[in-house]
Design a protein around this ligand. Structure first.
Ligand code: ADP
Ligand code: MG
Length: 643
C-alpha cells in the first residue's frame, strides 16, 4: 500500500507521494500545493484549509490557527498565552485541556476541541487530498516535526495522526527530511556537510547533516527555537501599525478582533512585498469605526523592528556548529528551507556569518514534504533504485535527566545523542513495603536550569512488598526513532518480572484550554500552579529529611554518636512539623525549613562522604521545578542503586 509524506507546518501543510521513482506534490481540492493550517466553525459548518483562512477576518473568534505552537504545550505556560493574545483570535473556540479545569462550561456556544484534534482535522484534509489524487485509500504516513520539538510535542503530533485515522510510520525531523530530499536530488560528489536553515511560519530549526557517499545521512546536531518564525515578524508589524493608527486617529483598534485580523493579513502581505521591494503600501478601508487606514512601510523600518529576532537565528547557527564540533569553514552547502528564509535580511545575515558563501534555495518550500515522501517510501519497502540503500542517523536535540530520592538528578541522555537510544538504570526502594516507585524525568537545555522542565512522571507500581533496598528494579529508558521516550521496568529476581509503568500525564498538560484566556480561568490556572509548587516544596523537604535519616542509618557506627543524634532529632522534628502543618504550610514555609535543615545537617552529611552520583542523598537540593508527587511521600521515592 502506498504511504504518503506530510509536512504539517505552522502555517501550511503539504502532502506528497513517492512513486515511479520520483516525488509528486499532491494539490488540494483548490489545486494548491499548500493548505493553510486553519480550522473554522461557522453557524452551520466546519471549514478546513483555504475555506477557513478566507473567512478568518469575518469570523476571527471561531477560526483556529497556529495550532502547532500550542500542541504539546503546558497549560501554565505564560508565554503561550501571550502568543495566543498576540494573534488575537479564537477566544470563543475552546481548545480544551486534557486536564479539564473545573470551569463552568455551560455556555453552549463554547466548543471543546484539543490541539491534537484540530491538527487531526488538517491531517484528514491532507489524507483526503492524497486519496482523491491516488484513487485509493491511504493509511500509512510519515509526518514531519521541527527537530527542536520535544518528546511531548512529538507524541501529541503522533496522536493527531492517530485521531485522523492514519498509521504514523514515523515522526521525522523537518531539516532531516529536507537534507534527504537535497541529498538524493543533487548529484553530490564526495562527503558533504550540509547546514539546513529552516525558518517557517512559527518555528525555526537548524541542523547539520553529513551526507556520505553511500547514501548515509548522519545528523550531527540540531538546534533552533520552536517559537520563532514568520508569525512573530507579522506580530511586530501589527503592533507597529496599531500604534500608528492610534497616534493618527486616537483610536485603539486592538479591542476589535475583526480589525486586528484584517490588519494581520495586510501586515503579512506587506512583509511578503518587502522581500522583493523596498517599500510596501497598506490600504484598509473602514478598518475600525469607519476610519480608513492607508500607510506605508519601508524594508529598512521592517528590518529594524525585527532586528533582534533575525539576529537570534545566528545564535542557533553558532550553537549547532559548536554541538557538531565543526567550524564554519567545514560546511559545504547551506540550504534554505521555509518561507521566511526569503527575507533578504535573514539571507544577508547568514551569508555574512559564513563569510559570503552562497546560499542554496533548493526547493525551499517543498524540500521537507519531499523528504517525508521519500522516507515514507523507504519505510513501506519501495524498491526504486533512487532510494535503495538510504540510511538516516538522527539525533535528539534535548537532554534528559532523571530525579531520584533526595532530589538528586542523574543525566540520562546528553543533548544531540543519536536515536534510537536505550539505557538501563537500576533502582531500589527507599522505604519498607514501598508499593510504587516514582521517577521524574526532566528534559531541556543543559546551559540553564530554568530551561529544564519536568517532562513526565513514570510510576512503577504494584511492587511486591519488601524491606527497603531489597527490590532490584531495572528501568529501561528508550528514546525511539521518533524521538519519543518510552519507559519499561522489570523486577530482577530469580524470575525477571515485568513491572507496570504508567506515564503520569497529570503533569503533561498536552492539551490547552484557550478558555484560559478568560481571567477567571487564568486565575484558576495560577491557583493550580501555586498548589502544585506547594506540594512540590512539601515533597522536597520530606524527601530530604528521609534521605538524611537513611544515610545516617546506613553509616552505622562510622558516624559519631552526637552527629547521629542530631540527624535523628532533626528527622523526628521535621516529620512532626510536616504532619502538623501539611494543610496549612505555604511553599515558602517548606523552603525555609529545608534551607535551615540543609544548613544544620550539611557538616554531618559531609562526614558521611556521600557520593554525588545519586547513590546517596545530596546535601543540597535542586532548585528546579519539581513535580506534583501527590501521595508520593514515603511510597514514591526511588533510589538509584550503587553498583
Ligand atoms: P511552516 O512550515 O511553518 O508552515 P512555511 O515554510 O510554509 O511555514 O512558511 C510560511 C511563512 O513564510 C509565513 O510566515 C509566510 O508569511 C512566510 N513567507 C512566505 N513567503 C515569504 C516571503 N516572500 N517573504 C517573507 N516571508 C515569507
Ligand atoms: Mg515548515
Amino acid at each position: 500500500m502506498v504511504a504518503i509524506g506530510i509536512d504539517l507546518g505552522t502555517t501550511y501543510a503539504r502532502v506528497a507521494v513517492f512513486q515511479y521513482g520520483k516525488v509528486e506534490i499532491i494539490p488540494n481540492e483548490q489545486g494548491n500545493r499548500a493548505t493553510p493550517c486553519f480550522v473554522a466553525y461557522t453557524d452551520s459548518e466546519r471549514l478546513i484549509g483555504d475555506a477557513a483562512k478566507n473567512q478568518a477576518a469575518m469570523n476571527p473568534k471561531n477560526t483556529v490557527f497556529n495550532i502547532k505552537r500550542l500542541i504539546g504545550r503546558n497549560c501554565y505556560d505564560e508565554k503561550m498565552f501571550q502568543d495566543v493574545k498576540d494573534w488575537s483570535a479564537f477566544d470563543a473556540a475552546v481548545v480544551c485541556a486534557r486536564v479539564k479545569f473545573d470551569l463552568d462550561l455551560k455556555d453552549e456556544e463554547k466548543l471543546l476541541i484539543s490541539p491534537e484534534e484540530i491538527s487531526s482535522l488538517v491531517l484528514i484534509k491532507m489524507k483526503e487530498a492524497a486519496e482523491a489524487y491516488l484513487g485509493t485509500t491511504v493509511k500509512d504516513a510519515v509526518i514531519t516535526v521541527p527537530a527542536y520539538f520535544k518528546d511531548v510535542q512529538r507524541q501529541a503530533t503522533k496522536d493527531a495522526g492517530a485521531i485522523a485515522g492514519l498509521n504514523v510510520l514515523r515522526i521525522i525531523n523537518e531539516p532531516t527530511a529536507a537534507a534527504l530530499a537535497y541529498g538524493l536530488d543533487e548529484n553530490l560528489k564526495g562527503e558533504r556537510n550540509v547546514l539546513i536553515f529552516d525558518l517557517g511560519g512559527g518555528t525555526f530549526d537548524v541542523s547539520i547533516v553529513t551526507i556520505k557517499e553511500d547514501k548515509l545521512f548522519e545528523v550531527r546536531a540540531a538546534a533552533g527555537n520552536t517559537r520563532l518564525g514568520g508569525e512573530d515578524f507579522d506580530t511586530r508589524l501589527v503592533n507597529h501599525f496599531a500604534e500608528e493608527f492610534e497616534q493618527k486617529y486616537e483610536k485603539d483598534l486592538r479591542s476589535s478582533p475583526q480589525a486586528m485580523r484584517r490588519l494581520r493579513t495586510a501586515a503579512e502581505q506587506s512583509k511578503l512585498i518587502l522581500s522583493s521591494s523596498t517599500e510596501a503600501t497598506i490600504v484598509l478601508d473602514a478598518l475600525y469605526e469607519g476610519v480608513d487606514f492607508y500607510t506605508k512601510i519601508s524594508r529598512a523600518r521592517f528590518e529594524e523592528m525585527c532586528d533582534d529576532l533575525f539576529h537570534s537565528t545566528l545564535d542557533s547557527v553558532e550553537k549547532v556548529l559548536n554541538d557538531a564540533k565543526m567550524d564554519k569553514s567545514q560546511i559545504h552547502d547551506i540550504i534554505l528551507v521555509g518561507g521566511s528564509t526569503r527575507i533578504p535580511k535573514v539571507q544577508s545575515l547568514l551569508q555574512t556569518f559564513f563569510g559570503g558563501k552562497s546560499l542554496n534555495l533548493f526547493m525551499s518550500d517543498e524540500a521537507v514534504v519531499n523528504g517525508a515522501a521519500i522516507q515514507a517510501a523507504i519505510l513501506s519497502g519501495d524498491k526504486s533504485s533512487q532510494i535503495q540503500g538510504v540510511s538516516i542517523v538522527d539525533v535528539a536535540p534535548y537532554l534528559l535527566e532523571i530525579e531520584t530520592t533526595g532530589l538528586v538528578t542523574t543525566k540520562l541522555m546528553e543533548r544531540n545523542t543519536r536515536i534510537p537510544y536505550k539505557r538501563s538504570i537500576k533502582f531500589t526502594t527507599s522505604s519498607d513495603n514501598q508499593p510504587f516507585v516514582n521517577i521524574h524525568v526532566f528534559e531541556g537545555e543543559p546551559a540553564s536550569a530554568k530551561d529544564i522542565n519536568l517532562l513526565d512522571n513514570f510510576l512503577l507500581y504494584r511492587l511486591p512488598l519488601a524491606p527497603r533496598g531489597v527490590p532490584k528494579i531495572d528501568v529501561t529508558f528508550d528514546v525511539d526513532v521518533n524521538g519519543i521516550l518510552n519507559v519499561t521496568a522489570q523486577l530482577i529476581s530469580e524470575k525477571a518480572t515485568k513491572l507496570r509503568v504508567r506515564r503520569e500525564d497529570k503533569i503533561r498538560l498536552t492539551l490547552v484550554e484557550v478558555v484560559c484566556l478568560s481571567d477567571e480561568a487564568k486565575e484558576y490556572a495560577a491557583e493550580k500552579e501555586k498548589e502544585r509548587q506547594r506540594i512540590a516544596a512539601h515533597n522536597q523537604l520530606k524527601n530530604y529529611v528521609l534521605s538524611i535519616k537513611q544515610a545516617a542509618d546506613k553509616a552505622g557506627n562510622e558516624l559519631d554518636h552526637s552527629d547521629k543524634y542530631l540527624v535523628l532529632k532533626k528527622f523526628k522534628e521535621t516529620i512532626k512539623w510536616l504532619d502538623a502543618n501539611t494543610t496549612t504550610a505555604e511553599k515558602e514555609d517548606y523552603d525555609y525549613k529545608l534551607k535551615e535543615l540543609t544548613k544544620i545537617c550539611s557538616a554531618t552529611l559531609a562526614k558521611m562522604q556521600l557520593s554525588a552520583d545519586g547513590s546517596g542523598p545530596q546535601p543540597s537540593y535542586c532548585g528546579k521545578q519539581s513535580c506534583n508527587n501527590v501521595g508520593g511521600n514515603y511510597g514514591g521515592s526511588a533510589v538509584k542503586e550503587v553498583d
